[in-house]
Design a protein around this ligand. Structure first.
Ligand SMILES: [Zn+2]
Length: 146
């Protein structure tokens, strides 16, 4: 009986570890932002010091792409209420017109479209700007397997 329960525990551990690993497939970009994969493009979500959000675009090989037809919208699910955020082009970035609402540890839902008529893709990003002690990325772009 002891052996069986040990085996079961081992099997459960394996299952738990592999699912935890699958959930931690966060990729970080060159600005230490979080990579959002959309079609053949990769958008890098980055929270600036003034709490505005800026998005940079790369191709599959991480070569920087100019802002063209991409459309970004975001909803900050802040404790004080949901806030819609619009983005405008600034050089090679799309930057939010307004900063993120006060507070931390809420969810930011980012919708990315590679063109106005493309299928939108949603990403849920934790609003946590403290630095991870292990990978030194902000927590929303932490690439550690935790
Ligand atoms: Zn980390």
């Amino acid at each position: 009986m002891k052996t069986i329960s040990k085996l079961l525990t081992a099997a459960l551990l394996v299952a738990f570890t592999s699912s935890a690993f699958a959930a931690a497939t966060v990729k970080a970009g060159p600005r230490k932002g979080r990579i959002l994969e959309v079609d053949a493009q990769q958008a890098e979500f980055f929270i600036e010091k003034d709490r505005t959000v800026s998005i940079a675009f790369y191709d599959a090989a991480m070569k920087a792409q100019p802002v063209a037809a991409q459309v970004i919208t975001a909803t900050a699910e802040a404790p004080s209420g949901k806030v819609k955020m619009e983005f405008e082009k600034k050089g090679d970035l799309l930057v939010s017109k307004t900063p993120l609402p006060e507070g931390e540890h809420y969810t930011i839902v980012v919708q990315v479209k590679t063109a106005a008529d493309a299928k939108p893709k949603n990403f849920r990003i934790p609003m946590d700007i403290s630095e991870c002690g292990k990978c030194h990325n902000p927590e929303y772009a932490c690439i550690c397997d935790e």
